[in-house]
Design a protein around this ligand. Structure first.
Ligand SMILES: C[S@@+](CC[C@H](N)C(=O)[O-])C[C@H]1O[C@@H](n2cnc3c(N)ncnc32)[C@H](O)[C@@H]1O
Length: 281
């Protein structure tokens, strides 16, 4: 089972062993949330400090893919452009769509003179008057689509915005590689220096909704600034899908899987691979 590694583009969040099924939240399908699932994405400069080093491998993977497939390119749930900007730096026209205004404003600040165009929208309702040769999601953003209906809406949007011979690619965590059991005692995940130069201790707890296949993480960030103890608490939910579920979903929307890797180095998928990296047409 997986141990601590950086999270969105790898994995810090992991579950310590506990008794299976003991601490589940009430089963619900689709997952009901008491938040907008965007709490993690309100502080983009610190998001980049936490994630930049961990987005190198996927950045290279999607940039290489984009170079092979050609543009224009659409990144859905693009965040601060950690991957979209390197793709655009390969000389391709990139459109990035995200539902978080702070993330996109930060992306805009970093864009420089590369060919990136940012759109604030909920991907599930996206309706652009343009088709793209490559559409991708990364940073495990596919897992933000929490129900069958959300995943279907996402796939329909992708189908609609993909050129006839276009490529769709994404990655999502392999549920078999993770211990999804509840962790109720706060676990220390990692620390980093924030934009103010303060060392932030990041820790969290998790609860898994077995029926909805949705993990609910609560993250605690604590630091000391000018002698004052500071704390920021955020919640996020992510859905875990099996390869069988993904294959069926993709097929329903007219996609077939052309390649399925276990990581961004294009290692063939193994049962214990931490991710499914899927390239579809
Ligand atoms: C983990 S971040 C990944 C960002 C970027 N792809 C990266 O690799 O850094 C997930 C992003 O998904 C966005 N997001 C979540 N649900 C969304 C939705 N329904 N429509 C658009 N963006 C969404 C969030 O705002 C956030 O920026």
């Amino acid at each position: 089972m997986s141990h601590a590694r950086p999270w969105w583009h790898g994995e810090y969040r992991r579950a310590r062993k506990s008794h299976r099924g003991r601490h589940l939240i009430p089963a619900s399908s689709p997952a009901m949330l008491e938040h907008d699932n965007l709490e993690e994405f309100q502080d983009p400069a610190n998001y980049d400090l936490e994630e930049a080093q961990n987005s190198i491998a996927n950045g290279r993977f999607y940039a290489d893919l984009a170079e092979r497939v050609g543009g224009p390119v659409l990144e859905l749930a693009c965040g601060t452009g950690l991957v979209a900007i390197p793709v655009a730096q390969r000389g391709l026209a990139v459109t990035g769509v995200d539902a978080s205004r702070p993330m996109l404003e930060h992306a805009e600040l970093k864009t420089g003179d590369v060919g990136c165009h940012w759109i604030l929208a909920d991907v599930r309702k996206l309706d652009l008057d343009e088709c793209f040769d490559l559409v991708y999601l990364t940073g495990n953003a596919f897992q933000a689509f929490l129900s069958d209906a959300d995943q279907s809406a996402l796939l329909a949007v992708i189908r609609k915005h993909l050129s006839p011979d276009g490529v769709f690619a994404f990655e999502t965590r392999n549920p078999s590689a993770y211990d999804l059991n509840a962790v109720q005692d706060e676990e220390r995940w990692f620390d980093y220096l924030n934009t103010e130069g303060c060392r932030v201790q990041v820790s969290g707890v998790q609860q898994f909704d077995e029926q909805a296949r949705v993990m609910h993480w609560t993250t605690y960030r604590r630091w000391t600034q000018s002698g004052c103890e500071r704390e920021c608490v955020t919640r996020i939910a992510c859905r875990f899908s099996s390869l069988e579920e993904l294959t069926e979903l993709l097929s329903t929307h007219g996609f077939s899987i052309e390649a399925c890797y276990g990581d961004f180095d294009c290692t063939p998928l193994q049962p214990e691979s931490e991710q499914f990296v899927l390239v579809c047409r």
